[in-house]
Ligand binder design. Structure first.
Ligand code: GDP
Length: 480
C-alpha cells in the first residue's frame, strides 16, 4: 500500500507519470496533466508536420518525435543548419492532446504513446520532469478528476475496480460503478433525505404546533430509505466477493486428498492469476477463476497437533486462514471411517459457509456419515485422483456465492470504510425513526437527518473525509 498524504496532492502542479507497465512491450504511454502540459510538450516534441502543438484542437492525435531539449535547434531541424540533424531523437511517438475541461482531470492533458520498454519510457519521463512537471503520486490523476467534479468517490472506486479486475464479473461491476449507476442510487437516497431535512428546517424556523412531528407519509418514506440502505449493505458483501474473490480454504485430515483436489482444480482451470507462497507445511494460496468468479484457494497444512515448532507455525497460519475464509471446502475420505480429526473439522466448520467434499468415491466406501452430527451441509461426491466431480463442485461453489441470488440493482462496491459509513447512515435513520416514534422534538429529527446526509456525502466524496479518501487512493498505482 502506498503512502497517501492528502497534502502532497498539490493541485496547481503539472504532473506526469508512466501510465503503462514499463516493460518490453509494443507500446507505452506517458501522461502529463496540468496547465504546463502543452508548453512542456511543445518544447520536447517535434511534429512531423510543421505545426504548433500548443494551438492544436482538443482530442487530436499528432505524429512526430520526442527530442531532447538541449539538442533542439533554434530553427526547425534539418533546414539551414546541418548540425541540427544531430538532434537527440528519443522515440517516434503519437501525441494526443485533450484540452481543459474535456479531459479526465479536467485540465490540459497530453499523452505520449511511445514504444514500450523501460529505458525509452523512463527517458521520456525524465525529459518531461526536466521541463518542470512533477512526478504524479499514486492515483493523482483520478484524485484531480474527483476534486474537479468529473467523477465522485464511488466512480473512483470503479476506476480502481477496473484496473484490479480479476474476472469478467468484477470488470462488469466496476464498469457500471464508473458509469455512475451506483452514484445515482446514493444520490436518490440523498435527495429523499434532503427533502425531509428541508422540511424539518422550516419547522424549526417557523414552528407550527400542529406539525411538530413527521407525517405518516414522511415516516413511510424514511422506512423505505432505511430498507434501501439495508439492501445495499447486504449486496455489498456479494460485490466484495465478486471484486476481491472469495477466500476459500481446503481442509481435511491427512491423506484425505486435499492436495490432489487442489491440483485437480488448478489443472482444469486455466485462468490461474497468481501463486502466492508455499511449502508443503505452509499455506499455499492460488487464485483461480471459476465461471468468471475469482476464487482464492488455500490448501492448509492440516489441522493436527503440532509436534515441532515449524508445524506449530503452520498450524497457527492454517487456523487464521480458516477463520478468515468465506468458504470452507472440507474434504472427507470416502475410503476410511470418520476419525477424531474429521469430527474436529466438522465441528469447526459448523457455523461457516461450508461445502463437504466426499473424496475417493472410486475406492471401496467405508465412510459412514450418519455418525457426523454436522452433515446438513452441501455434499459433493468426487474423485480428485480420477478427475470426477469437478463440475459439481464448481456449481456448488458458484451457488454458494449467489446463494441468495444476485441483487444486481444494489450491487455497489464499498470498501471497509465506506461500508462503515453507510452503516452509520442507516443508524442515523433508525435513530430518527425512534425519535419520531417517541415524539421527540423536531430538532432531534433534524439533527439525525443532517448526520445521515453528511454520512452519505462522505460516501460520494461530497463531504470531505480524509479516512475514506485515504482508503481509496492508497490503493491506486502511479499513473492512474
Ligand atoms: P492430503 O494429505 O489431504 O493433501 O492428501 P493427498 O492429496 O496428498 O492424497 C493422499 C493420497 O490419496 C495420495 O496417494 C493420493 O493419490 C490419494 N488420493 C487423493 N484423491 C484420491 C481419489 O479421489 N481417489 C483415490 N483412489 N486416491 C486419491
Amino acid at each position: 500500500m502506498s503512502q497517501f498524504k492528502l497534502k502532497d496532492y498539490i493541485l496547481g502542479d503539472t504532473i506526469t507519470a508512466i501510465a503503462t507497465f514499463p516493460s518490453k512491450s509494443a507500446l507505452g504511454v506517458v501522461k502529463i496533466s496540468g496547465k504546463s502540459s502543452l508548453p512542456i510538450i511543445s518544447r520536447i516534441f517535434k511534429p512531423a508536420k510543421n505545426k504548433n502543438i500548443k494551438k492544436v484542437k482538443t482530442h487530436t492525435l499528432h505524429y512526430g518525435w520526442i527530442v531532447e531539449k538541449s539538442r533542439i535547434p533554434a530553427c526547425p531541424a534539418g533546414r539551414k543548419n546541418k548540425k541540427s540533424n544531430t538532434n537527440n531523437l528519443i522515440d517516434e511517438v503519437l501525441v494526443s492532446v485533450m484540452r481543459t475541461p474535456n479531459s479526465y482531470t479536467r485540465e490540459d492533458v497530453v499523452e505520449v504513446s511511445s514504444h514500450g520498454g523501460t529505458v525509452v519510457l523512463n527517458k521520456i519521463l525524465e525529459i518531461i520532469l526536466e521541463q518542470g512537471a512533477r512526478l504524479a503520486l499514486p492515483g493523482e490523476f483520478t484524485y484531480r478528476a474527483l476534486v474537479r467534479g468529473r467523477i465522485d468517490l464511488l466512480q473512483a472506486e470503479g476506476v480502481l475496480g477496473i484496473v484490479e479486475a480479476k474476472s469478467l464479473e468484477a470488470l462488469e461491476l466496476a464498469s457500471s460503478q464508473l458509469k455512475g449507476y451506483n452514484s445515482q442510487k446514493i444520490e436518490k437516497l440523498k435527495a429523499g433525505i434532503k427533502e425531509l431535512f428541508v422540511h424539518t428546517e422550516s419547522l424549526i424556523n417557523f414552528p407550527d404546533e400542529d406539525r411538530e412531528n413527521l407525517s405518516v407519509i414522511q415516516q413511510k418514506k424514511i422506512k423505505k430509505i432505511r430498507e434501501e440502505i439495508d439492501k445495499i449493505l447486504q449486496a455489498s458483501s456479494q460485490a466484495k466477493a465478486i471484486r476481491e474473490g472469495m477466500r476459500c480454504v481446503i481442509c481435511g485430515k491427512t491423506n484425505a486428498g486435499k492436495s490432489t483436489l487442489f491440483n485437480y482444480i488448478l489443472q482444469e482451470e486455466r485462468a490461474i492469476v497468481s501463486k502466492i507462497c508455499g511449502t508443503t507445511r505452509d499455506v499455499i494460496e492460488e487464485n483461480v477463476n471459476i465461471r468468471g468468479v475469482n476464487l482464492r484457494i488455500c490448501d492448509t497444512a492440516g489441522i493436527l497437533k503440532p509436534e515441532d515448532s515449524i508445524a506449530k507455525k503452520a498450524l497457527e497460519k492454517s487456523s487464521k486462514v480458516f477463520e478468515e475464509a468465506d468458504l470452507i471446502i472440507l474434504v472427507l475420505d470416502a475410503s476410511r471411517p470418520l476419525n477424531d480429526d474429521d469430527f474436529f473439522l466438522l465441528e469447526k466448520s459448523r457455523n461457516k459457509n461450508t461445502i463437504i467434499v466426499i473424496n475417493k468415491i472410486d475406492l471401496f466406501q467405508r465412510l459412514d456419515l450418519k455418525k457426523a452430527s454436522n452433515i446438513s451441509k452441501v455434499k459433493i461426491r468426487m474423485s480428485a485422483l480420477k478427475n470426477i466431480g469437478l463440475k459439481d463442485l464448481e456449481n456448488a461453489i458458484y451457488s454458494k456465492i449467489y446463494e441468495v441470488g444476485i441483487d444486481r440493482e444494489n450491487l455497489i462496491f464499498l470498501n471497509q470504510y465506506q461500508h462503515e459509513i453507510l452503516k452509520k447512515a442507516k443508524e442515523n435513520i433508525s435513530q430518527l425513526e425512534e425519535f419520531s416514534k417517541n415524539n421527540y422534538t423536531i430538532d432531534f429529527i433534524n439533527l439525525a437527518l443532517k448526520e445521515c446526509l453528511d454520512n452519505l456525502g462522505r460516501l460520494s466524496g461530497e463531504v470531505f473525509c480524509e479516512e475514506v479518501l485515504e482508503s481509496i487512493f492508497s490503493k491506486f498505482c502511479i499513473g492512474k
